[in-house]
Design a protein around this ligand. Structure first.
Ligand code: SAH
Length: 467
């Protein structure tokens, strides 16, 4: 171990930053966050530091560094662009046994500054011992995405209960077990969901009972349109926590692969016109699993509340007293729009956008065609592939131009994405002789014209075609 990680209490203590530029201001900002009484020595200050000096947040000595600046100081950082000055600060500080950091010069440092993940009071510091600050920053970014931002609130909340828990359990092991249950169970989930009062009540009740109840819970999670990078942090966290994953056909393999490895997986997929597991059985399955005390991730394609029947599933949960949370996601319309370079609204072309289902029932679609066939409006059809000829015909019949552009986006955001474009009059023929791989989304409106110019994403499938 080249460096010992420690966390220093700097509240109200005199610290010194030598240098007045942007780098100095970043270091100064950290020291201020830690409550230091900060003096900056520099002939000139850059904007940020100047503003802090004006408002009295930092003291400014407008001069070059002198040895006397180190008097009564407990920590010093040199951040000037003058190597000789930095060296002098380091030598003089070391002669006084003062901790000193020289930015970007490990050999002059007695301590290095880590990359910090701040979930106060929880602090996580990442250091490569000055070997590669960029690597430390990259690691930090990964950790930031894994650790819920509410961890700080959770830590602050449990602090107030430490004595009560100590009083309730007298041996260390049962205390540890209790806290593990609290920090991984319902109390933590309530805090993450922003329900701090409910979390506090739950914790009080658990202390009273002397144990943490681990009731089953359902996470209704949107898995997005396919590209796993489009998941939310919360979706990923719950996918990795659940004991059982109940998923359907639309969830991509790449997304499914991110679920906890040893979680049980149950497929309840639906093929078009072939409902392999009826909806009411899925609803009941979720209730049954939750009653067994399982944490279930009900993973759905896109967003659970956009043509996802998520509402019905949680209705049954509510009726059965099963607790749940809903995690929103990028719906197919938004994924397809971005990855096909077709903005859904645009000042010149479209002032509104509607999402409708193009599902055919008995060969027709019972939609408000007049309302859909409006000028300057983008229409997105989900589940519309089979009904595409009907869609085109009805829109023309209700007043839209046969030349209005239309796009069919196959497997949006995945390596198999393909975008077919045409007009209301030509599209039915274009797709007739083509093998289209579902799922597909249909976008109708003048915005489709932008695809040619704004298309930035070439999928593997399209790249293969061009070779
Ligand atoms: N809840 C989902 C929609 C479920 S309905 C969401 O918010 O996206 C199923 C329809 O969604 C499919 O028939 C198709 O029209 C559309 N869809 C879902 N994922 C898609 C994708 N990757 N590319 C194109 N369309 C998609």
């Amino acid at each position: 171990m080249d460096f010992l990680p420690i966390f220093m209490n700097l509240k109200g203590r005199s610290c010194l930053v030598v240098g007045g530029g942007e780098v100095a201001s970043r270091k100064a900002s950290l020291l201020l966050d830690a409550g230091a009484d900060l003096t900056v020595v520099a002939p000139e200050l850059a904007n940020t530091l100047q503003a802090w000096a004006n408002s009295g947040r930092v003291k400014h000595r407008e001069a070059g560094f002198e040895a006397s600046d180190l008097e009564d100081v407990v920590l010093v950082i040199a951040a000037t662009d003058d190597e000789a000055v930095n060296r002098q600060v380091s030598e003089l500080a070391q002669a006084r046994a003062l901790p000193v950091n020289v930015v970007d010069n490990p050999s002059l440092c007695t301590f290095v500054m880590p990359s910090i993940i701040d979930r106060s009071p929880v602090q996580i510091a990442v250091s490569t011992g000055g070997v590669s600050p960029v690597l430390a920053r990259l690691l930090r970014a990964r950790l930031e995405s894994l650790i819920p931002s509410a961890y700080g609130r959770l830590a602050s909340m449990v602090e107030g209960f430490r004595d009560a828990v100590k009083g309730r359990f007298d041996d260390v092991n049962s205390r540890r077990g209790f806290w593990e249950g609290v920090l991984q169970g319902r109390v933590a989930e309530l805090v993450f969901a922003g329900k701090d009062d409910a979390a506090r009540r739950e914790l009080e009740a658990s202390i009273e009972r002397g144990e943490v109840e681990m009731p089953g819970e359902v996470y209704l999670v949107g898995g997005g349109p396919g590209d796993p990078d489009l998941l939310t942090f919360r979706a990923l966290r719950l996918m990795q926590q659940a004991d059982v994953v109940v998923h359907d056909r639309l969830v991509s393999k790449e997304v499914l692969d991110l679920c906890r490895r040893d979680a049980e997986r149950i497929y309840v997929g639906k093929e078009r016109d072939n409902h392999s597991v009826p909806q009411d059985q899925i609803n009941q399955l979720l209730v049954d699993l939750a009653k067994q005390g399982k944490r279930i991730c009900r993973l759905k394609g896109g967003d659970p509340f956009v043509f996802g029947r998520g509402g019905e599933e949680i209705d049954t949960l509510t009726a059965n007293g099963v607790s749940f949370q809903v995690v929103p996601a990028i719906t197919a319309a938004l994924g397809a729009s971005s990855y096909a370079g077709i903005p859904l609204t645009h000042r010149d072309y479209s002032q509104s956008v509607v999402f409708v289902t193009g599902h055919l029932k008995d060969g027709s679609m019972n939609l408000n065609w007049k309302g859909l066939a409006q000028p300057q409006q983008t229409i997105v059809f989900y589940m519309g592939l089979k009904g595409l000829p009907v869609i085109c015909e009805k829109l023309i019949e209700n007043g839209l131009s046969p030349d209005l552009p239309i796009a069919l986006v196959q497997q949006a955001t995945t390596p198999r994405q393909r975008v077919y474009t045409g007009t209301l009059s030509t599209m039915p023929q274009i797709i007739e002789g083509t093998t289209i791989k579902p799922p597909t989304l249909i976008i109708v409106g003048d915005v489709v014209r932008l695809h040619e110019r704004l298309n930035w994403f070439t999928s593997d499938e399209e790249a293969g075609e061009k070779q």
